[in-house]
Design a protein around this ligand. Structure first.
Ligand SMILES: Nc1nc2c(ncn2[C@@H]2O[C@H](COP(=O)(O)OP(=O)(O)OP(=O)(O)O)[C@@H](O)[C@H]2O)c(=O)[nH]1
Ligand SMILES: [Mg+2]
Length: 344
C-alpha cells in the first residue's frame, strides 16, 4: 500500500542567473578589439503544477531543496548564455502551498493542470559589451548573475473530492468506490480496512467527471481519538455533498446516523450543512424487495434514502443519478441575484 502523506515541508530554490562574460574581440592588427562579452542567461523559475494523476505528497522528501537550473555564463562574441530550464513539480489537486515563515497561504490548487510560480529565477548578468560607452571603450568588468529566489513552503493536501462517503467500518464504502470508479481500494470483512483516504473519478455517460472520496470508518468517540480519529475528515471538508453509507442489516441505522453526525459536527459544523444522501447497502443479503421498501420508509425521515448492493451492483445507476441531482447539480446552480432598482 502506498503511503499517504498529506503534509510536507520542502524548500524551493529557483536557478541563479548566469554571470555576464568579460571578453574582447581578437583582431588581426590590434591586441584588443572592442568588448564582446555576452550576457548570462536567466535562472529557471520553479513552478508547482496540479495533476489529477498525483494523489499524495509522498514523493517529496522533507526539507529537501528542490532546485531549477541556473542560467549559463555569457560567452565571447556577444553570445548570451542559455536560460536555465524552468522546473515543474507535480502536486495533487487540493494542495495548499503555505509559506513556512509567515504561515500565509500562497496558493491553493483547486483545479487540474494549474501551475503556479513559487520562486523566480535570477536575472542573468550583463556582459562587458553592455558597459561599453564613449567614455569607457574597454570595460574589464561584467555583472554577476542575480541569485534565484528561495522559499521554504509547507504543502498541505486537502483532497478536493466532489463527494465524500462516510460510514461505520465495514459498511462497504470502499466496495462502492471500487464499483463506480476505477479506484482499487483495499476491501475486507474487518473494521478499519481503509487507513488512508482513497479518491476515485466517476465518469458519466455525458463525459462529465467528478471525484469521490472514500475515507476510513468512523466510530463513536472518533472525535476523542477512538478508532482512527477524525484527522482524515479534513479530506471531506471541501466536498459538495456527502453519502452516508450504512450496512442495511444494522439494527439501528438512525442511531448510527446520529453518531456519525455528532462526530462530523465535532470536527466541523459546516459538514452537516452539506447536501447528503443516505445509502442502505448490502440489500442482497436479505434479497427481499418488500423488506427493503420497509427499511427505506423507516429511514426516509432522515433524508433521501437509496437502497443498494455495492457488491452485487444493484441500484448503482439510481444512486449515481441521485448524486447528480442532489449533490452535484444542486450546488452548481447559482441563485439568481435580484436586479438592482434603477434610481430615478
Ligand atoms: N453482501 C454484501 N457484502 C458487501 C457489500 N458491500 C461490501 N460488502 C462486504 O463488506 C465488507 C466490508 O467492505 P468494505 O468495502 O471494505 O467496507 P468499508 O466500509 O470500506 O470498511 P472500512 O474501510 O473498514 O471502514 C467486505 O467483506 C465486503 O465484501 C454488499 O453490497 N453486499
Ligand atoms: Mg474501506
Amino acid at each position: 500500500m502506498s503511503k499517504f502523506i498529506d503534509e510536507v515541508i520542502i524548500q524551493l530554490k529557483a536557478g541563479d542567473g548566469g554571470p555576464g562574460a568579460i571578453s574582447f574581440r581578437h583582431e588581426k592588427f590590434a591586441e584588443f578589439g572592442g568588448p564582446d562579452g555576452g550576457d548570462g542567461g536567466k535562472g529557471g523559475d520553479l513552478y508547482l503544477i496540479s495533476d489529477l494523476a498525483v494523489q499524495t505528497l509522498d514523493k517529496y522528501i522533507p526539507l529537501k531543496i528542490y532546485k531549477s537550473n541556473n542560467g549559463v555564463h555569457g560567452g565571447a562574441r556577444n553570445s548570451s548564455g542559455a536560460n536555465g530550464e524552468d522546473l515543474y513539480l507535480k502536486v495533487p489537486v487540493g494542495t495548499q502551498v503555505i509559506d513556512e515563515s509567515s504561515d500565509e497561504i500562497i496558493h491553493d490548487f483547486t483545479k487540474e493542470n494549474e501551475s503556479y510560480c513559487v520562486v523566480k529565477g535570477g536575472r542573468g548578468g550583463k556582459g562587458n559589451a553592455f558597459f561599453k560607452s564613449s567614455t569607457h571603450q574597454t570595460p574589464r568588468f561584467a555583472q554577476p548573475g542575480e541569485e534565484g529566489e528561495i522559499r521554504k513552503v509547507r504543502l498541505s493536501l486537502k483532497l478536493l473530492a466532489d463527494v465524500g462517503i462516510v460510514g461505520l467500518p465495514n459498511a462497504g464504502k470502499s466496495t462502492l468506490l471500487s464499483k463506480i470508479t476505477h479506484a482499487h481500494p483495499k476491501i475486507a470483512g474487518y473494521a478499519f480496512t481503509t487507513l488512508i483516504p482513497n479518491l476515485g473519478v466517476v465518469t458519466r455517460e455525458d463525459e462529465r467527471r467528478y471525484t469521490i472520496a472514500d475515507i476510513p470508518g468512523i466510530i463513536e468517540g472518533a472525535s476523542k481519538g477512538h478508532g482512527l480519529g477524525l484527522s482524515f475528515l479534513k479530506h471531506i471538508e471541501r466536498v459538495k455533498g456527502i453519502i452516508y453509507l450504512f450496512d442495511g442489516a444494522s439494527v439501528d441505522i438512525e442511531d448510527e446516523y446520529k453518531m456519525l453526525q455528532t462526530e462530523l459536527k465535532s470536527y466541523n459544523k459546516a459538514l452537516l450543512k452539506k447536501p447528503s444522501i443516505i445509502v442502505l447497502n448490502k440489500i442482497d443479503v436479505w434479497n427481499d424487495d418488500k423488506f427493503t421498501k420497509e427499511l427505506v420508509k423507516r429511514y426516509s425521515k432522515l433524508g433521501e434514502v437509496i437502497p443498494i448492493s455495492a457488491q452485487e451492483e444493484i441500484n448503482l445507476d439510481k444512486l449515481l443519478n441521485s448524486i447528480d441531482e442532489l449533490l452535484i447539480k444542486k450546488v452548481n446552480v447559482k441563485p439568481k441575484k435580484p436586479r438592482a432598482k434603477k434610481k430615478k
